[in-house]
Design a protein around this ligand. Sequence first.
Ligand SMILES: [Zn+2]
Length: 476
Amino acid sequence: MPYEAVIGLEIHVQLNSPTKLFCDCANAFTEKANVHICPTCIWLPGAVVQLSGDALEKAALTCLAFGCDISERSAFDQKVYYYPDLPKGYQLSQHHRPLATGGWVDIAAEDGSERRIRIHHIHMEEDVARLVHETEGRRRIGLVDFNRAGAPLVEIVTEPDIRNGHDAMAFLRALRTRIRYAKTAECSMESGTMRCDANISIRPAGSDRFFSKVEVKNMNSVRAVGNAVTYEISRQQKLIESGEAVVTHTRLWDPDKNVTTPMRDKFEGPCIPDPAVAEILMDEKRIEALRKQLPEMPSAKKERFVRDYGLGGEEASLMSAERDVADYFETVAEKGVNARFAAQWISGRLFPFLKEKNREIGEGAITADQAAGLLGLLENESVNAKQGREILALLIDSGKSASDIADEKGYRQITSRDELSALLDAVMAENPDAVANLRAGKKQASGFIIGQAMQQSGGKANPKMLSELLAEKSKP
Ligand SMILES: [Zn+2]
């Protein structure tokens, strides 16, 4: 019997607010344990919580980036469980009345068709402490680092609209792009500022009944989520085909062995409305003001790049995938460089170059002004492609213009027709045999003559113009 998978994701994103959710401790990663702590985030007697206005705004902006409806009134609950990473005995989270509901992300499915992944809701919650397990001599010890405790999170919960590992990865990438556009979080699975749990079940294809679902945790990259989902679907299918039942439980992804293994479930208690945390009121005026802060989102930008700059679909996707790249591309294109040429050069030449140097496009190693200057020289053929690559290597952190470097290095191509014509005449006079071969229709003779002319010009002659001039000169 054919089966289909039904998958929902829960994504925790750490907002980039300066402080934690309920106290003024820094919301920053530090190697040294227990530096960013205070009586509130380690929960000493008498601690009082106060919601960070910045975290609330960033959470709301994140919701708006997905077209969610922000609730006029939302509230925090005590999610009760007992574990050493949580001294209060409960986590402050929005279980009953989340900040926002609805929203969606469109992705390209495996067959290329557009697929809508609906968002069920987005809520705020505080992060818990980090547990570190070590051995001290022969003893195993558990250590608690509270730097992360109380960090501001949003949890994005999808509808079970995802069908396979490809969908899960495409969704996470699109989600990350939108949040980075909104500039509310870093969203790096590698550094832990985005974490994803997957709820996976399978059912006979086309059926609307659900089998028991299994939750998979511990994936530390987008690719790992894809692999874990693919593995878990096939594991459950084999179980059902051999007549066994899938039992609801939690599993951990093991990236070294590429398998999921069962883990012990934490005890989870009830969710009780917290009377000590004030209810959150968001009126239409406040939501509208936030909506105005949102930039043009990637899908709209992509469409505009195709419409206004004549980019192809693939080029427009590449140029709109990150906000920094999009801003860079537009700045270059507005300086009069051919937009398609600029897009191709940014993705084909600049990206690999910056990657090799371990730099990012937005940090100004090569400014959009410098890039536009270089592209101008390449476009009017003042420098050739090889010289262009050398200028690029010298531009980084130089503060100079491409034109300055081309002059310093004597890189400018000879594009004067008279000069090139004189050069060709001289080469042709020195090589009468090659000229005779050329007139007899032997194509390789033309390559030889141009090669000689290039050599005599010290590589500065424009090869395309030489070739055109030679064709004219060799006409019978
Ligand atoms: Zn604190």
